[in-house]
Design a protein around this ligand. Structure first.
Ligand SMILES: [Zn+2]
Length: 148
């Protein structure tokens, strides 16, 4: 286990790279998830994505229903028409808080640590955290959203 350095800055190319899907959940991915959980705890976050620790796998972790859930190859397969606005921060953008408009509900598919395909419907805070983390996997940051 290890606490990993968190990549910082809206213009950092590491945070702007699109991640790569995993063919299988390898030992290296499981180790990455363990290290990311430890790193997120240390930083008091509610989510962390691989690019934030300078990795290129399509992997993130998010607090869903109060529990940390590892998401391998997460994909948002549907989004509600209804949106809401809330303030978000990011471990890669210290002291930045921005209002972000997002769909209230999503359907998410991903692989769990056993490589089993999962589908979850999420609403509210859980949906917001996961959308923020999936954005990271596409190289998108909260500073990219229009401010209103
Ligand atoms: Zn973030």
């Amino acid at each position: 286990m290890a606490i990993l350095p968190i990549v910082i800055g809206p213009d950092n190319p590491i945070l702007r790279k699109k991640t790569k899907r995993m063919a299988t959940v390898t030992k290296a991915v499981k180790q990455l998830v363990k290290d990311m959980v430890e790193t997120m705890h240390e930083a008091n976050g509610v989510g962390l994505a691989a690019p934030q620790v300078a990795r290129t796998e399509r992997v993130c972790i998010a607090v869903i229903g109060g529990k940390i859930v590892p998401l391998i190859n997460p994909t948002i397969t549907s989004r509600s028409k209804e949106t809401d606005i809330d303030q978000e921060g990011c471990l890669s953008l210290p002291n930045v808080w921005l209002n972000v408009v997002r769909p209230v509900g999503i359907t998410l598919t991903f692989l769990d640590l056993k490589g089993k395909r999962q589908e979850r419907k999420l609403v509210g805070f859980d949906a917001r955290v996961v959308q923020h983390e999936v954005d990271h996997l596409e190289g998108v940051l909260i500073v990219d959203y229009p401010q209103m």
